[in-house]
Design a protein around this ligand. Structure first.
Ligand code: C2E
Ligand code: MG
Ligand code: MG
Length: 595
């Protein structure tokens, strides 16, 4: 049957083939008087030609013909894609049992016994047509349903269901042949953020492009010929969201897999332009090998997932093989992600404040707000553990706003309680810094709390501001124009480019703890810190030394004329109510005086 549909049946075309001209004529007469279009052929070759040209809805074939028999014509028609479902009636003697039996073998739909009962022929043809129409529409909807069940509608790639079924089969095959099998779990880094910022429609377009890129890549263009010899089959599927799975069959070894994974990383991280935007996305890929990393579907998928999370925690934009030792870390990441979703609504966060002590004034002049999470499921989780997860899932934006508001409200309360010029420092993640809405967010927090902008400082790390420098400088200037101070956090751990310092409109430099640790025992570290402080003084920047833990460190910093000290030596970060207490203690004064 062709794609043409038969609405009323009147436009149906019948092809009749018989070497007996009388019979052919009678058939033509009978069928066309019943409003059917009739094509006639006097031999098999002609019938095939007509079939291909006109694609009739039904074919009537005489069995016994010279040259090509009806059976042969029938078999030929069935070989064509369009001929698979065309009803074919074999016309043969009612007692020719042999012919009737072989008619089905050759793919006939039914037979029409001779002698022909002419008044019945047209009915019979219509009846067959009706049956085939119903069959075909059923088949079509079945195919459609199958497609829906097994393929992802956005990208057209096989879906999770489809993957599971073929993976199950491939595992059995690999087991039988004692071969390796590899699965790769691909997750796009920060996709959620792009989706949230630029909209779902944009996100969909992006996913489509990415799936095309993945397909192009695995089709082999990106691989070296050597690797292609051993990797003959790679299947791609989309598991949903921004997750894809690749299966490499045919006994790949670790090196083959590395080639594929690296090519995927390269392909996916190329710039993609959609509408007027250019987007750079990177993948994190987790790899699990059968039988080494798992002998069944569930195990392999779980371990590829674990490896993927490992790739994420190792800086993203790369691939990692599964190893048993990964389980713990990756499970933790997963757990944190799960618990983090409701943590803000459930009021599980609080801010602790760590004093910053001015050495000249002998007093606490400011505090840094540090986030604390007390999770009912996980207990106390430190920022170094949950901030990267919050960044990855986009929660950081909401969380960061909460931190900003809470810190501003608290600083205003301290101001109202009589603390003068008492500043609060708030950490801003690089993810927040990239958002255009950051300025408004800060402004709203200041307006709503009533805190003067001059009592707020934001802390940014070098890596947050070092990429798109010109754009970032203007962003920083906007923050400065609001009257808010800017501190460069963890200075020395990132690019450490002193030459840039001049260009950035910052107020404060926070020297990272790693330089302070050995300042009283390591000559080089001491020299570096001394130089940084001297440079900062020239640039009129305030210097904060982070992580001061000992009296020796304090002495050295005092000698180098460091302005401000922050660290456990004075105080750990403490809950809000302890700040006032700390300020009243003579302890700090004594400590500083004792230098
Ligand atoms: P950071 O901004 O450099 O904060 C200083 C970190 O050093 C804090 O760790 C603090 O508790 C710790 N610290 C201070 N003095 C000492 C010391 O003498 N010895 C030692 N060993 N550590 C000291 P914490 O609170 O675990 O925070 C770690 C990082 O997490 C922060 O580093 C900051 O980058 C990030 N973070 C914390 N709160 C927030 C937040 O509200 N938003 C964002 N985006 N990041 C935050
Ligand atoms: Mg900080
Ligand atoms: Mg720091």
């Amino acid at each position: 049957m062709t794609e043409r549909s038969l609405n009323s049946g009147t436009d149906a075309t019948v092809l009749v083939c018989d070497d007996d001209p009388t019979y052919l004529l009678l058939m033509e007469e009978t069928l066309s008087s019943d409003n059917l279009n009739v094509l006639t052929a006097a031999n098999g070759a002609e019938a095939l030609k007509l079939y291909l040209k006109h694609k009739p809805h039904i074919v009537l074939l005489d069995v016994h013909m010279p040259m090509l028999s009806g059976f042969e014509v029938c078999a030929e028609i069935r070989k064509h894609p369009q001929g698979k479902d065309t009803p074919i009636l074999m016309v043969t003697g009612a007692d020719d049992i042999f012919s009737i039996e072989s008619a089905y073998k050759h793919g006939a739909t039914d037979f029409l016994p001779k002698p022909i009962r002419w008044p019945m022929v047209a009915h019979r043809v219509r009846y067959m047509l009706k049956g085939s129409e119903t069959f075909n529409s059923l088949k079509k909807s079945e195919e459609k349903m199958r497609h829906l069940a097994y393929f992802d509608s956005l990208t057209g790639l096989p879906n999770r269901q489809s993957l599971d079924e073929s993976l199950e089969k491939e595992i059995q095959l690999a087991a039988k042949e004692e071969q390796n099998l590899c699965i790769m779990y691909i997750d796009l880094d920060n996709f959620k953020r792009i989706n949230d910022t630029l909209g779902h429609e944009f996100g969909d377009k992006l996913l489509k492009k990415i799936s095309e890129k993945i397909l192009q890549c695995v089709k082999g263009k990106a691989f070296t010929p050597d690797a292609m010899d051993s990797i003959t089959q790679i299947e791609v599927s989309r598991l949903g969201g921004d997750e894809f799975m690749i299966m490499v069959n045919n006994n790949p070894n670790d090196n083959d897999v590395k080639v594929v994974a690296q090519s995927l990383v390269n392909c996916i991280s190329e710039l993609i332009s959609i509408d007027d935007y250019e987007v750079a996305l990177t993948p994190s890929i987790g790899i699990a090998m059968y039988p080494r990393d798992g002998v069944n579907l569930t195990e392999l998928k779980k371990h590829a997932d674990v490896a993927m999370y490992y790739a994420k925690t190792m800086g993203r934009n790369g691939y990692r093989f599964y190893a048993e030792s990964l389980n713990e870390n990756a499970m933790k990441f997963l757990q944190i992600e799960g618990c983090l979703r409701n943590a803000l609504n459930n009021d599980e966060f609080s801010l602790h404040y760590q004093p910053q002590v001015c050495l000249k004034k002998n007093k606490i002049i400011s505090v840094e707000a540090l986030l604390r999470w007390d999770s009912p499921e996980l207990g106390n989780v430190m920022p170094s553990e949950f901030i990267p997860v919050a960044e990855d899932s986009g929660i950081i934006n909401e969380l960061g706003e909460w931190v900003m508001r809470t810190a501003c409200d608290q600083a205003k309360k301290w101001m109202d309680a009589g603390l003068q010029d008492f500043k609060v420092s708030v950490n801003i993640s690089s993810i927040q810094f990239k958002r255009a809405s950051l300025l408004n967010m800060i402004k709203r927090a200041l307006d709503d709390s009533g805190l003067p902008a001059s009592l707020l400082e934001v802390e940014l790390t070098e890596s947050a501001i070092m990429n798109d420098i010109d754009h970032n400088i203007s962003r920083l200037n906007q923050i400065r124009e609001m009257g808010v101070g800017i501190a460069l956090d963890d200075f020395g751990t990132g690019y450490s480019s002193l030459s840039y310092l001049k260009r950035f409109p910052i107020n404060t430099l926070k020297i990272d703890r790693s330089f302070i640790i050995n300042i009283d025992s390591n000559y080089e570290d001491a020299a570096i810190v001394e130089a940084i402080i001297a440079l900062a003084n020239t640039l009129k920047l305030t210097v904060v030394a982070e992580g001061v833990e000992t009296h020796g460190q304090l002495k050295a910093l005092n000698r180098f004329q460091c302005d401000i000290i922050q660290g456990y030596y004075f105080s750990k970060p403490v809950p809000t109510d302890q700040i006032i207490e700390l300020m009243q203690k003579p302890l700090i004064k004594a400590l500083v005086e004792g230098i």
